[in-house]
Design a protein around this ligand. Structure first.
Ligand SMILES: Cc1cc2nc3c(=O)[nH]c(=O)nc-3n(C[C@H](O)[C@H](O)[C@H](O)COP(=O)(O)OP(=O)(O)OC[C@H]3O[C@@H](n4cnc5c(N)ncnc54)[C@H](O)[C@@H]3O)c2cc1C
Length: 463
């Protein structure tokens, strides 16, 4: 009972069915006036969770690597928990999900849970930042506390853990999420919510690749672009968003049933130089590699890439959890992150109306991208803000920190010569403090002294 009975007054397209897209779709349906006849079409070339979201580690907490609460961490944390609850409720009322889990459909690579609430442990590994981390822990959220623990307490949580500095930070309220199950259930919740509106609302998943958003113009009141690392392929947006890609490989490790020392049932996941996202007593994911500027969008990982990732990650993980050496490689998958510039507030996603970049007339085009390595944390709150702005056609409802990228000048630098030329241009923009540098692969500044530590320049870095 949908379009046959109602002509929808408002039609929205959401491009991409990852964390960003499904969150926006949920909020468009649920945060719009109840009597509004609204329909949402979600387009994805692969399907739900077809990009980075579907392969992500699913680790969720609101803190930076140094334990500092992230920008608007409280709102992000609250809204993300809210969406997890929505997804859990819809899956528990869905017979297909229940029967799959009852039948023991472990779907090895994804674990047999939607949300594993066993906390996350971050062993201190750097003496220089230990005091800072301890200070940050004192300013943690009441809804996601950070406990500073010593070796004895840590051993109770994970036997045979190795704490190089006899100190770890324990987030008992943190969790890991099975991203595929979560997204499927959140989409189901969208469908249920539309059904409950007695046909006044509608949501459809359209499996289709969109090559040019202008092909949708005229059909929709607004189009929200949530294409992750592929946003750069859209005509009008190519080279316009200050994003860098970064491929990450996650390995799936299993402990053979004959081997002793399975992971404790209540044991937390571990965040260190490599992370361990626990899936079960003999199953875990170990991640992740960081291959900057990769253009490999495939989630498939060759045997050679998997063994390279294993060689890189295993020593890092075994420095804090030596038992991992007994586990065996059972598979690997990968995703491409869309990394935004580093700002004084951290690496913030990019939101905003992009009509001016895309062209077109009546239709409003919006972007929600650059979720970097924190998509899970950011998608709930920012998806809500995005939907509000789209529904009311008002970009000012989005915090300016998330739209400021639109006012930046993008300079692309590929050599020291170009860097010097660009610096001249840059001077004319200094008053605005609005300059982004995109550095092409392989470029290192050879001694102009502009990039102090001789590391490759990073997009948006202030130096
Ligand atoms: C290895 C790895 C580990 C990670 N671990 C974590 C973690 O533990 N915690 C965390 O919070 N974040 C993690 N992240 C980051 C997180 O995965 C991303 O921030 C998040 O997935 C971005 O979501 P998105 O919806 O913007 O993009 P995506 O999930 O990439 O969604 C984009 C969607 O658009 C579709 N699409 C693309 N082009 C088109 C087109 N032309 N037409 C139609 N559809 C199209 C794709 O199929 C895809 O489904 C990890 C990322 C990686 C790579």
């Amino acid at each position: 009972m949908t379009s046959g009975f109602f002509l929808y007054a408002s039609r929205y397209a959401v491009l991409g069915a990852g964390f960003a897209g499904i969150s926006v779709a949920w909020h468009l349906l649920n945060d719009s006036p109840k009597d509004l006849r609204l329909s949402v079409d979600v387009y994805d070339e692969i399907g739900i969770g077809g990009g980075a979201s579907g392969v992500s580690g699913g680790l969720l907490h609101p803190y930076s690597p140094k334990g500092k609460l992230l920008w608007h961490g409280a709102e992000c944390w609250r809204e993300c928990l809210e969406l997890l609850n929505v997804a859990e409720s819809s899956s528990s009322s869905s017979s297909s999900y229940t029967s799959a889990t009852e039948k023991g459909d472990t779907n090895e690579s994804f674990g047999n849970f939607m949300v594993r609430r066993r906390g996350i442990l971050r062993p201190a590994t750097n003496a220089k930042t230990l005091d800072l981390m301890s200070d940050n822990a004192r300013n943690c959220l009441a809804s996601c506390v950070v406990e500073t623990i010593d070796n004895d307490v840590a051993q109770d949580l994970v036997p045979n853990l190795c704490l190089p500095l006899n100190r770890a930070f324990y987030y008992p309220g943190a969790m890991n999420v099975n991203p595929q199950r979560y997204l499927q259930s959140l989409f189901l919740a969208c469908q249920n919510s539309a059904k409950a509106s007695l046909g006044r609302q509608n949501i459809t998943l359209v499996k289709k690749s969109i090559n040019d958003v202008l092909e949708l113009e005229g059909e929709y009141d607004a189009v929200v672009i949530c294409l992750g690392s592929k946003v750069d392929f859209l005509p009008g947006l190519t080279g316009k968003l200050p994003l860098r890609t970064c491929r990450g490989v996650i390995t799936h490790l299993q402990l053979h049933e004959s081997a002793s020392g399975s992971y404790p049932e209540g044991g937390p996941s571990i965040l260190s130089d490599a992370w361990l996202a626990v899936q079960g007593p003999r199953d875990l994911h170990m991640g992740s590699t960081w291959e900057w500027q990769s253009r490999n969008y495939s989630s498939d990982v060759s045997a050679e890439e998997a063994s390279r990732a294993l060689a890189e990650l295993l020593p890092k993980a075994s420095a804090v959890y030596p038992e991992i050496e007994k586990w065996e490689l059972a598979g690997a998958r990968a995703g491409l992150r869309a990394m935004p510039p580093v700002t004084s507030h951290g690496s913030l996603p990019l939101l905003g109306c992009v009509d001016q970049l895309i062209g077109g007339g009546s239709c409003k085009f919006w972007v929600f991208g650059g979720l970097g390595s924190r998509g899970l944390l950011y998608h709930g709150w920012l998806g809500k803000l995005m939907a509000k702005a789209v529904l009311s056609c008002n970009e000012e409802l989005i915090p300016s920190e998330l739209t400021s990228w639109k006012r930046k000048t993008i300079l692309t630098i590929s050599s020291t010569l170009k860097l010097k030329q660009s610096l001249r241009k840059l001077r004319s923009h200094l008053a605005e403090d609005l300059v982004v540098l995109l550095v092409q692969p392989g470029f290192r500044d050879q001694g102009s002294g502009c990039c102090p530590n001789q590391e490759p320049l990073r997009c948006g870095e202030r130096w």
